[in-house]
Design a protein around this ligand. Structure first.
Ligand code: ZN
Ligand code: ZN
Length: 350
């Protein structure tokens, strides 16, 4: 009995000392410094020493809202170099949080000019400028990309000057502000200096978007396909033959039809009807993966993004008996494909 009383008294004393300490400014400041060190020195493993083809989903949702997710963005790391495909709203925040080393980002590639694929270009411009890129931000995009980049440059011209004046030319040189935009040509490799890397753009059908691309990325025997936004016109399947990873946008017609039944305003009903004619259904994405002998299907730009287990089950129901090697991506989903192996490692970096 005495021992129990001593134990209770000891625990209570330790608890009270702890409680008192947490209210002490000195202890709070020390804990704060410890926490800030963790936040600002994330150990997220970009550019580790293994030779891999790596994908990080920096934005997993479509324009339909989904809490905590950014719009379309896929980061591809091949060896020491990084390429970013699309920069939808919220994606730059993710890239910053993941502590992506912008000096290693060799280019941003835009699949098409819908707002959910380009909205964060200005924020990525600033982040890469701060981190010391050596030239204007290189962007590849379809016909019309110059209107986007020139438009952003005009809209942000005061911002560029204010920041350059404030932090100095040495850190934020006006000579490298703005974008270096390049037009993508169908089936013409994107020039790059990453040994062993090929980035092949191919036209997809996202009518009435008059120029939209998917990408085939090959690195030392490993292959990733990014569909962009498209109907099932055969092109993604053609380029996905035997690919390690197919990253495909997909719509759940079942869920979207149910959303139409409960849409609170007629405009929403119309949009939910219209979007069905220029996206690939989840069932088609599964059939493409099966028929092209894809090893793994990663769904992003999901319409709508499932918010719970039941919604996820309904979303993927059409894949029953069609294709079962799939993952619904979240922001921060990472796929690691070591060179010289068949391994596909999937984890989460946030
Ligand atoms: Zn989109
Ligand atoms: Zn689109």
């Amino acid at each position: 009995m005495k021992k129990i009383l001593i134990l209770i008294a000891s625990v209570t004393t330790i608890y009270l000392i702890g409680l008192f300490s947490l209210n002490s400014h000195t202890v709070q400041d020390r804990i704060l410094i410890f926490g800030l060190k963790n936040i600002l020195n994330s150990s997220e493993p970009f550019l580790d020493d293994k030779d891999t083809l790596k994908v990080v989903v920096c934005g997993s949702r479509s324009p339909l809202p989904s809490p905590g997710r950014a719009e379309a963005c896929i980061l591809v790391e091949a060896g020491d170099d990084i390429y970013i495909f699309d920069l939808g709203n919220g994606s730059n925040n993710n890239l910053t949080q993941y502590q992506v080393p912008w000096p290693n980002v060799k280019a941003v590639l835009i699949t098409h000019l819908h707002s959910d694929h380009i909205a964060d270009l200005p924020d990525a411009h600033l982040q890469s400028w701060i981190q010391g890129r050596s030239s204007s931000l290189k962007v590849y995009g379809p016909e019309g990309i110059n209107l986007v980049t020139k438009g952003f440059e005009l809209a942000y011209s005061a911002d560029y000057k204010y920041r350059s004046d404030h932090h100095g030319q040495e850190m934020l040189s006006m000579s490298i502000s703005g974008f270096d935009e390049n037009v993508i040509i169908d089936n013409q490799l994107i020039p790059n200096e990453t040994p062993g890397l090929e980035i092949l753009p191919f036209v997809v059908d996202h009518y009435p978007v008059n120029s939209a691309f998917g990408f085939k990325i090959s690195y030392k025997g490993r292959t990733v396909i990014i569909s962009g936004d498209t109907i099932n016109d055969g092109s993604v399947q053609k380029y996905s033959q035997d690919a390690d990873l197919l990253i495909h946008s997909a719509i759940s017609i079942d869920i979207v039809e149910k959303m139409r039944e409960v849409a609170p305003i007629p405009q929403m009903n119309k949009i939910l009807l219209d979007i069905q004619d220029y996206h690939t259904s989840i069932k088609e994405a599964g059939e493409i993966s099966r028929d092209a002998n894809v090893k793994h299907l990663l769904i992003y730009h999901s319409i709508p993004t499932p918010r719970n287990k039941i919604m996820e089950d309904v979303f993927f129901r059409p894949l029953d008996g069609v294709f079962d090697e799939y993952t619904l991506s979240d922001d921060g989903t990472r796929i690691i494909m070591p060179v010289g192996t068949d391994e596909i490692i999937i984890d989460q970096i946030n």
